[in-house]
Design a protein around this ligand. Structure first.
Ligand code: G4P
Length: 531
């Protein structure tokens, strides 16, 4: 295998999905520890740690002390080149969180063992499900009292609709946490919290056949419970099947405690060997293989306003095939011209480095003078095609927005339109009404603040926002067959249209969606919009 092939083969690009506080940051830090990037570990957007360097991109970040941007961490481990995409979580949950998943080849789902499947995990999982990427589950915080293990697995299966296959099995939890049973190697890995912060500490391992030693180590009760549970598990759990894992139909489940660095190494090793090399992608000329010589990439995120004075933006792109070389020109499909990408860089947690080369699987950020949009394709002049567009994700918060000064309508519309093009907000109008009122939809409420701030600071327009009670939006898939004007749903249903004139429906709750579907048997509704 040539060097080119090897470079791509050893790449693993994934995102971590979780509900806030499940331990995503802690787990990422431990990964970096194994990757030897320990000096970076402290600077992952931890609550207690400084978050200046990357996050000074926007004033608002400073004011709120949160990171609106997401970064990519790259590290080397055991011959692999690992790219972790940070999915903005807490209050900064936004469409970018979803879009990041479009650039990943697999996902790690972190679940708090005492809480089980939570709301944000559910939402992010849906997007992974749509793409059919492999999902690896790390059930965290076993050093705290946990829910029953079978119940946790049931929740994943029933609420997320994916089969589970425990790779290891916890022995107790909280104060009684003894370790995990490694099903494949049939041995117990004893828990110790003294490994905290190191990668050298090796856990004590006991083969399951050494009954007496094991009983002594974990206690008679825990031993007999373990025996029972293994028996139950062997009878009931899905068989491990790598093909199903790679199709996103079966999730391998691991248990551990990120804080005490227990179970992280086992997870990382298994995850890296089970997850895929960069995946092929669908384009309008067919599937593009990452190993193809010709460079190609698509833009999945645009970070606006890096420097207010220049209205700079950074476009993040995922390389899908070939090798990127900074010295060579690439072809921008939507712009219809060849160009050299300006200052290509890899954005790290606390650093940006200018790079000369990158391979399929990698993410690069380039300075964007305002020519790129989300979903744009870059290729070489010799081989032109377009990648499938990035879906529009359903906003969950809506507000009626108007400018305070009616004389400023033009600036207002310009600002709103540009910000919408960057993908931070979605803009709708009343359906069938001459009213010029604008309804803005966002995935995370913070985007409202960003909008207000940017309109004031960049476009000099003050706005007024009135929150609307809607939480669900649905695209009408069969809009040509449906007479939207005559469509009747529930009394709370609202018809709107997007900037291209496509009709959409807003609802206050799930129940109304169900009722509307019942009343209109032919209506096909979708949670994702296709551009
Ligand atoms: P997030 O990125 O998913 O939001 O979670 P994060 O890693 O920030 O973890 C949330 C809290 O849970 C942190 O505590 C963290 O120390 C704790 N935590 C993470 N993994 C484990 C674990 O395996 N066991 C236990 N017991 N706790 C864990 P915090 O007090 O909220 O924050 P901090 O002040 O310690 O940073």
């Amino acid at each position: 295998m040539g060097n080119f092939d090897k470079e791509i083969e050893r790449r693993r690009t994934f995102a971590i999905i979780s509900h806030p506080d499940a331990g995503k940051t802690t787990l990422t830090e431990k990964f970096l520890l194994y990757g030897g990037a320990i000096n970076l570990a402290g600077s992952v957007k931890g609550k207690a740690t400084a978050r200046h360097a990357v996050s000074d991109w926007m004033e608002i970040e400073k004011e709120r002390g949160i990171s609106v941007t997401s970064s990519v961490l790259q590290f080397e481990y055991d011959g692999y080149c690992v790219n972790i995409l940070d999915t903005p979580g807490h209050q900064d949950f936004s469409e970018d969180t979803y879009r990041t998943l479009m650039a990943a080849d697999s996902a790690v789902m972190v679940i708090d063992a005492s809480k089980g499947v939570e709301a944000q995990t559910r939402k992010l999982f849906k997007v992974c499900g749509m793409r059919g990427i492999p999902i690896f589950t790390f059930i965290n915080k076993l050093d705290r009292d946990a829910l029953d293990t079978f119940e946790l697995l049931d929740q994943i299966e029933n609420e997320l609709g994916i089969a589970t296959c425990p790779v290891n099995w916890p022995i107790g939890s909280g104060k009684a946490f003894k370790g995990v049973y490694d099903r494949h190697n049939e041995k117990v890995v004893m828990f110790s919290d003294t490994e905290k912060g190191t990668k050298e500490g090796k856990s004590w391992e006991i083969d399951i056949k050494y009954e007496d030693t094991l009983k002594e180590a974990i206690g008679e009760d825990a031993y007999s419970t373990l025996k029972d549970e293994i028996e139950l598990l062997d009878g009931a759990a899905a068989e491990f099947d790598l093909k199903k894992v790679r199709e996103g139909k079966l999730t391998p489940v691991f248990f551990g405690s990120a804080l005490t660095n227990f179970g992280v190494e086992i997870f990382l090793n298994n995850f890296l060997s089970m997850s895929t090399t960069p995946l092929p992608r669908q384009s309008d000329i067919g599937i593009i293989d990452p190993m193809e010589n010709e460079f190609s990439a698509f833009v999945f995120k645009i970070q606006a306003n890096m420097n207010k004075a220049h209205r700079d933006r950074i476009a993040f792109m995922r390389i899908c095939s070939g090798k990127f070389e900074a010295s060579k020109e690439v072809y921008h499909m939507q712009g219809g011209k060849s160009l050299r990408l300006s200052q290509p860089q890899q954005i790290m947690a606390d650093d940006r480095k200018i790079l000369d080369t990158a391979y399929a699987g990698d993410i690069i950020g380039v300075f964007d003078p305002g020519i790129f949009s989300i979903g744009d394709t870059l290729t070489t002049a010799g081989r032109k095609f377009n990648y499938e567009g990035i879906p529009t994700f359903a906003p969950e918060h809506f507000a009626r927005v108007r400018q305070m000064d009616t004389m400023k309508r033009k600036q207002f519309m310009k600002g709103i339109t540009q910000i919408a093009q960057e993908g931070a907000i979605q803009v709708f109008q009343e359906f069938n009404s001459g009213m010029e009122e604008i309804i803005v939809g966002v995935v995370g409420v913070l985007q409202f603040e960003v909008l207000k701030y940017r309109l004031e600071n960049e476009y000099n327009v003050e706005i007024r926002m009135d929150m609307l009670p809607y939480e669900h939006i649905r695209w009408i898939e069969n809009k040509d067959e449906i007479d939207v004007v005559k469509l009747t749903g529930t009394s709370d249903m609202k018809k709107v249209k997007d900037m291209k004139g496509n009709p959409l429906l807003l609802f206050i709750n799930e129940w109304s969606i169900g009722m509307t579907k019942d009343r209109n048997k032919d209506l096909v509704l979708s949670e994702f919009g296709r551009n």
